[in-house]
Design a protein around this ligand. Structure first.
Ligand SMILES: Nc1ncnc2c1ncn2[C@@H]1O[C@H](COP(=O)(O)OP(=O)(O)OP(=O)(O)O)[C@@H](O)[C@H]1O
Length: 249
C-alpha cells in the first residue's frame, strides 16, 4: 500500500476577486522509502501539494490518505496530533526558534509527547544531533550557526519525532550551491540508511537530479512522473510531450 495517496484532489484560493486554482484534479501515490522531488516553476502548486500531504491545509475536493488514514474533510486542527506524530517538516527558511539552542530546537517538538520520559527525550536529541554532525554545536543558538548548520538542526528536529514522512519545501533554496549539495547528500544518506521517506519541492535541476522519483507539476496539474533508473529518468506518465523531454535527461 502506498504511504500517501491522493485521488482527484483540488485546492483553490480566493485572491482579491479572483479564484486561483492551486491544484487541479491531482492524483498521486507515494511509496514508502522514496526520495521524491516535486518540481515545477514558481506558483505551480508545489507548496500547496506539500501542505496538503502534511495536513496543514485541507483540500476542497478529492480524497487524501496518509499512512492508511483518510484525512479528507478533517481540519488542520483536528489533525494536529496526528500530524505531529506522522510528518516532519523542513523549510527553506529553516524556521528555528532564535532564542533556543540547537539542542532545545530539536527537543521542542518532543515535549508534546507525554509518553516520552526525560531520559529517552535526551537520548533522542543527542542521537539526532549526532546524526546530522552537530553534537559539538548543541549549545549554539541559530544566529551562531551557518545556514547549512541551521538546516541540519531543522533536519534533526524533523527526524526526532520519528515521522512516517519528511516533507521539505525547497530545503536548499537559501543555501549556496555547495552547502545545498551537502544538505541533499545528508538527506539522501538518511533516506538510504533508514528508509525514511522524503518528499521535497524544488525548481532547481541539480536538486531534482538527486531524487529517485520525480513529480512534475505545472499550473496545478501533474504533467509528468519519472522514476530514476541509473542516471536517467524513465517516464511513467506524461500528458504532454514537452514534459517527457524534460524528464529524460
Ligand atoms: N494562501 C493562499 N492564498 C491565496 N493564493 C494562494 C495561497 N497559497 C497559494 N496560493 C496561490 O496558489 C498558487 C500555487 O501556489 P504554491 O505556493 O503552491 O506554488 P509553488 O509552486 O510552491 O510556488 P513557489 O515555488 O513560488 O513557492 C499560486 O498562484 C499562489 O499564488
Amino acid at each position: 500500500m502506498a504511504l500517501v495517496m491522493l485521488e482527484n484532489v483540488s485546492r483553490q484560493y480566493r485572491l482579491g476577486g479572483q479564484t486561483v486554482h492551486a491544484l487541479r484534479d491531482v492524483s498521486l501515490r507515494i511509496d514508502e522509502g522514496v526520495f521524491l522531488a516535486i518540481a515545477g516553476p514558481s506558483g505551480s502548486g508545489k507548496s500547496t501539494l506539500l501542505n496538503l500531504i502534511g495536513c496543514i491545509d485541507t483540500a476542497d475536493s478529492g480524497r487524501i490518505v496518509i499512512d492508511g488514514r483518510d484525512v479528507s474533510g478533517r481540519t488542520p486542527d483536528q489533525l494536529a496530533d496526528y500530524r505531529a506524530r506522522t510528518v516532519g517538516f523542513i523549510f527553506q527558511t529553516f524556521n528555528l526558534f532564535p532564542v533556543l539552542t540547537a539542542w532545545e530546537n530539536v527537543e521542542y517538538p518532543l515535549l508534546q509527547f507525554p509518553e516520552l520520559g526525560k531520559k529517552e527525550r535526551r537520548e533522542r536529541v543527542a542521537r539526532f544531533l549526532d546524526l546530522v554532525g552537530l553534537s559539538k554545536f548543541a549549545g549554539h543558538r541559530p544566529n551562531q550557526l551557518s545556514g547549512g548548520q541551521r538546516q541540519r538542526v531543522a533536519i534533526a528536529r524533523a527526524l526526532a519525532v520519528k515521522p512516517r514522512i519528511v516533507l521539505a519545501d525547497e530545503p536548499t533554496a537559501n543555501l549556496d550551491h555547495q552547502t545545498g549539495g551537502e544538505i541533499l547528500r545528508l538527506m539522501k544518506a538518511i533516506n538510504q540508511k533508514y528508509r525514511t521517506t522524503f518528499v521535497f519541492s524544488t525548481h532547481d535541476e541539480s536538486v531534482m537530479a538527486a531524487a529517485d522519483r520525480l513529480v512534475r507539476i505545472e499550473d496545478g496539474r501533474i504533467i509528468g512522473l519519472g522514476v530514476r533508473q541509473q542516471s536517467r529518468w524513465v517516464m511513467v506518465k506524461a500528458d504532454a510531450d514537452a514534459s517527457m523531454e524534460a524528464l529524460e535527461r
